[in-house]
Design a protein around this ligand. Structure first.
Ligand SMILES: Nc1ncnc2c1ncn2[C@@H]1O[C@H](COP(=O)(O)OP(=O)(O)OP(=O)(O)O)[C@@H](O)[C@H]1O
Ligand SMILES: [Mg+2]
Length: 475
């Protein structure tokens, strides 16, 4: 059910309950007021009778004295619906205001009235009366004065107000529901406008934004929030598209060379040696393609938030030593020295294979940029305490360092400071991006800088909380 209808129904229901409650309260208060004024009149009438009886001589026991001339005047009541009786304590009617009628009070009620005043209701000839019985002195005897007034007016008024509320209440409730319907419609109109505009935005016009009304209300906040979300989505989409375009571009180069090599190999009259060289080159290109595909896959998994890590308690020094060992042949060929230092016993929970991949990427860069005769320092340390403790892996070379303007974007995908040179070296600009993804997946981070003294330095900071440290660690 649309919100508008729900609001209208809710309002109608609320109004009906409110009107009903007010009606009941009003009726009750009205009746109470009228009854209290009836009681006041009864009290005054009873007092007048008490005073009259006190000053007169005892009348003979004459049940229908009012029929005897001025007797009626003594006990007559102003309203035709009023009744008055003077009763002896034994229940005998001494005076009676109306037509022939039995005692208006008897038994316990009469006894209670003789002791003090007694209020009660009675039905006389099918009509409800409010009654008051009070003791009075007449000569040397005690009598009871009973006065009563019909509640007909009260009942009639109650019935009338009930009728008024019953006829006017439902239309009033419906009117309020209708007003709520109109109001909700007016309030929701800007939301509907936003919805329609949002529905019109497709993936092709990612720069389209919602118009933020200058009302500074919830609608304006909603529009601003939606625009922020659209900004984020647009950025993510642009990044994604750039990633795909770059990936395609990077794949095309080795594929083109591969195809050229295969075509060349196909040509007739090629020597065995030339064929072997072509196959070798093709194999290298295939390796490069496989590596690129694996890199792309890892980054895509990291983007999707998939857990691509298999962390377990490990000793990072062992991983660093293995990486240094396998890079040593290349280092020797470049006449570069690899130096490994750091805490051999430090332990942490990490994925050793991914960590190795990150370190290989860093060593690959360092080797590429190190001058012949240079030194590459690989270090491992621990900083901070308790929950803030981090294991820091550092790879530093003494080459030209990162171009300063390149540092802020060094970890972005397909970023290369010197495109021509890196491409010739086979670099795709994914190495550092992968290092960062691996660091993030471990809950850590990667930082690049040019330390004093020259060269480039990349630090990998991984959380190393005490719980993750093995007993071998000496702090
Ligand atoms: N040690 C370094 N010294 C100077 N510049 C560096 C160093 N390491 C990386 N860079 C610069 O950062 C860029 C990005 O490095 P990254 O490792 O991401 O990509 P790549 O090495 O070019 O390619 P890939 O690692 O994917 O084969 C490099 O192209 C280079 O310009
Ligand atoms: Mg690299």
């Amino acid at each position: 059910m649309p919100l508008r209808w729900r609001l209208a129904l809710l309002f109608t229901l609320g109004a009906a309950i409110l009107i009903g409650g007010v009606a009941l309260l009003f009726r009750q208060q009205l009746a109470a007021g009228m009854n209290s004024s009836l009681d006041d009149t009864l009290r005054a009438r009873a007092d007048a009778q008490v005073a009259r009886l006190a000053s007169s001589t005892p009348p003979p026991p004459a049940p229908f004295r009012e029929h005897e001339g001025n007797g009626r005047a003594e006990t007559s009541d102003p309203g035709s619906d009023d009744v008055t009786q003077v009763l002896s304590t034994s229940g005998k009617v001494l005076e009676n205001s109306g037509d022939s009628r039995g005692p208006l009070a008897s038994g316990t009620r009469l006894r209670d009235a003789a002791k003090g005043s007694e209020q009660f209701t009675a039905v006389i000839e099918g009509q409800r009366y409010r009654m008051l019985g009070v003791p009075a002195r007449n000569g040397d005897r005690t009598v009871v004065v009973v006065v009563g007034a019909s509640t007909q007016i009260v009942e009639a008024t109650k019935a009338r107000t009930g009728k008024i509320f019953l006829t006017a209440g439902p239309p009033a409730a419906a009117l309020m529901g209708f007003a709520a319907y109109l109001l909700a419609g007016a309030a929701l109109r800007p939301v509907e406008r936003l919805r329609r505009r949002l529905a019109d935005i497709s993936e092709h016009d990612i720069d389209a934004r919602l118009r933020v009304p200058g009302t500074r209300d919830e609608i304006a906040t909603l529009a601003t929030t939606m625009n922020t979300v659209l900004d984020r989505l647009a950025r993510a989409l642009a990044r994604e598209r750039g990633f795909v375009a770059d990936a395609g571009h990077e794949l095309r180069t080795p594929l083109t060379t591969l195809k050229a090599e295969l075509e060349l190999a196909q040509q007739p009259g090629r020597s065995r040696q030339a064929l072997a060289a072509a196959v070798d080159a093709a194999a290298q290109d295939t390796d490069r393609l496989i590596r690129l595909a694996e890199d792309l896959l890892l980054l895509a998994r990291a983007d999707e938030g998939h857990a691509f890590l298999r962390p377990r308690p490990m000793t990072p020094h062992d991983v660093l030593a293995a990486a240094v060992r396998s890079a040593s042949a290349r280092a020797a060929a470049h006449r570069v020295t690899l130096r490994l230092s750091g805490d051999e016993h430090l332990r942490l929970t990490a994925d050793p294979d991914r960590l190795r991949q990150a370190i290989d990427n860093l060593l690959d860069n360092a080797l590429r940029y190190s001058p012949p005769g240079g030194v590459i320092d690989v270090g491992l340390g621990r900083h901070g305490r308790h929950r803030r403790a981090v294991a820091v892996i550092e790879v530093r070379d003494h080459g030209p360092g990162f171009p300063p303007e390149f540092l802020p974007v060094a970890f972005e995908r397909f970023r290369r400071a010197d495109t021509a040179r890196s491409r010739a070296d086979g670099g795709t600009g994914l190495g550092l991006a992968i290092v960062r993804s691996i660091a993030h997946a471990h809950g850590g981070r990667a930082v690049a800088d040019n330390p004093p003294g020259g060269g480039a330095r990349v630090r990998l900071e991984l959380p190393a909380t005490p719980a993750q440290d093995g007993p071998a660690h000496d702090g």
